[in-house]
Structure formats: structure tokens, C-alpha cells
Design a protein. Structure first.
Length: 283
């Protein structure tokens, strides 16, 4: 078997992934499938987006999607009534700015696309009511600088959601995470930070902060849902301790929630996902 290629761009890596039929589910889970409008609609209807939308309930106005990629979050924000600016430095027609422009045209949604990086936001202070960054902060070269810039362009009283950020427990775990990442070995560019590094950067930028942990937020669970995770745990426990009653015991949301809370105390998986909800103080 030949070794996997080393590819020059993220677009090449995604095309390579899409050309492997055995990885179709991975493509679908990452919303890399075409047509893009269908992938974006599926994201808008996902438990992940519903959980983000719940955090934004009662808010309106301007929204910035940082590191917008193919534009699925921009699409969801625009569908929910926000005036959206999508920040994406990659010009790609598959995974970047050109893809977002095509998506906006096809869906007849008002999404303004700006090709720039998150550490240098070309916007005035207090420009946006909402900022979203989905799987973006762990890619930044200057985490503290990116958080300061996001805080700067957010209006007083505004909200910042940093969704699905990879976390490691110690620096030595980074190599293990990268070795297991399905695309890092063909393109690179992946990274993860210690939890304290995220917290220091976000709090240092001025945000008051809520932390959404890996096993109890639908934002972090995708492609699992709470119900599919429950089913997977029942299957695993039944294999390890083949006694009846696991499904009945875990049917209780209270018991299941307690189980997940206990599991998180021992969850040291390299690259596990956290999300962060930052709020900027009112003036």
C-alpha cells in the first residue's frame, strides 16, 4: 500500500478525502459534501447549531463568522436573521471564500465575504453583536492576539462563541493527537492547546466566560447526539459487563448526566473538544 500523499493546500486535502468512498461518512460528518447548499441546510438543522442558536436567542443584528471555511455557520446565522460577515483567508471554491460567495448566491442570503486572518480583523471597534468561530482558535498562530481582536470588534454586551476547539492535557499529548488526526498527515495545519491556554487568552482579552465541556454539550458531541452517545455507551458497557439492564438504567437522564459528569473527570483524550462562550461587558 502506498503512503498517503503530502498535499500543498487544504482544498487538496479535502478533495483527496472526498475521493475515498470508504471515508464518505467522515466527509458528511465534516459537512464537506456537495452540493454545498444541502450540507449547509443539514448543519442548520443539526443539534450542534440548535445549541448555538439557543445561546444566541434574543439577539439580532450583525454577526461575524471568523474562519468561515465553506460558510456553513455563515449560512446558519443568515438563515436566522443576522447580517453576516464571513472572514475567510482561503480563496478556495471548495473550502474557502469562493465557496461562501457561491453558497450565498444560491441561497439568496446576504453574506459579505472578507479574505483576512483572525489575528488581524479589518473592522472598526465594536462592529458586531455576535462573533462565532467554529474550530478556529486551535489553528491560530497567536491565540492571545486573535482573542483580543475578537473582543475589540465585538459590541459591549455582545457574545462570542468559540465552538469545537481541540484541547490537550499536557504538551506531550500534542504529537499523539496529530498522529491520529485523519488529515494532518496529508496536509498539516492542525494543532491543539492546553485548556488553561484558551482560558488565559479569552479571559485576558476581557471576556467573562462559560466553558462547555466535551461530553455534555451537543456542540462538542457532533457527529454524536446525546441519544446516539447513550446508545454507544450502552453497547460498550454490555460488551464489557454482559448483564441485562444497562439500557434501562441509562434511560434516566439524571443517571446518564451523572455518568457523563463522572467520565469527564477522567477524560484525557488528546484533542477532545471544548467550546467557550465569551461575553463582553456592557459599556
Amino acid at each position: 500500500m502506498s503512503a498517503d500523499p503530502k498535499l500543498p493546500t487544504w482544498e487538496d486535502a479535502v478533495v483527496w478525502l472526498r475521493n475515498h468512498p470508504d471515508r464518505r461518512q467522515m466527509v458528511m460528518d465534516a459537512f464537506y459534501d456537495d452540493p454545498l447548499t444541502a450540507a449547509a441546510e443539514r448543519y442548520h438543522g443539526s443539534p450542534e447549531w440548535h445549541s448555538i442558536a439557543a445561546l444566541l436567542r434574543g439577539r439580532s443584528g450583525t454577526a461575524l463568522d471568523v474562519g468561515a471555511g465553506r460558510g456553513i455557520t455563515s449560512f446558519a446565522l443568515a438563515k436566522d436573521g443576522f447580517a453576516v460577515t464571513a472572514l475567510e483567508p482561503d480563496p478556495s471554491a471548495i473550502v474557502g471564500a469562493a465557496a461562501i460567495r457561491s453558497l450565498a448566491r444560491e441561497a439568496s442570503l446576504p453574506i459579505n465575504v472578507v479574505e483576512e486572518v483572525s489575528e488581524r480583523l479589518p473592522f472598526a471597534d465594536a462592529s458586531f453583536d455576535v462573533v462565532i468561530a467554529r474550530a478556529v482558535l486551535h489553528h491560530t498562530r497567536d491565540l492571545k492576539g486573535a482573542c483580543r481582536e475578537i473582543h475589540r470588534v465585538l459590541k459591549p454586551g455582545g457574545i462570542f462563541v468559540a465552538a469545537r476547539e481541540h484541547v490537550i492535557s499536557r504538551e506531550a499529548d500534542l504529537g499523539r493527537f496529530l498522529d491520529r488526526h485523519p488529515l494532518h498527515h496529508v496536509y498539516g495545519g492542525e494543532h491543539a492547546f492546553l485548556l488553561d491556554e484558551y482560558l488565559t487568552a479569552l479571559k485576558g482579552a476581557g471576556f467573562s466566560l462559560d466553558v462547555l465541556t466535551p461530553l455534555r454539550s451537543p456542540i462538542n458531541l457532533h457527529p454524536y447526539t446525546l441519544e446516539s452517545l447513550r446508545d454507544a455507551i450502552v453497547t460498550l458497557l454490555s460488551r464489557k459487563v454482559p448483564v441485562p439492564g444497562w439500557r434501562l438504567a441509562l434511560k434516566s437522564d439524571l443517571i446518564f448526566s451523572a455518568l457523563l459528569a463522572g467520565a469527564e473527570r477522567f477524560d484525557n483524550r488528546p484533542g477532545r473538544l471544548y467550546s467557550f462562550v465569551g461575553r463582553k461587558a456592557t459599556a
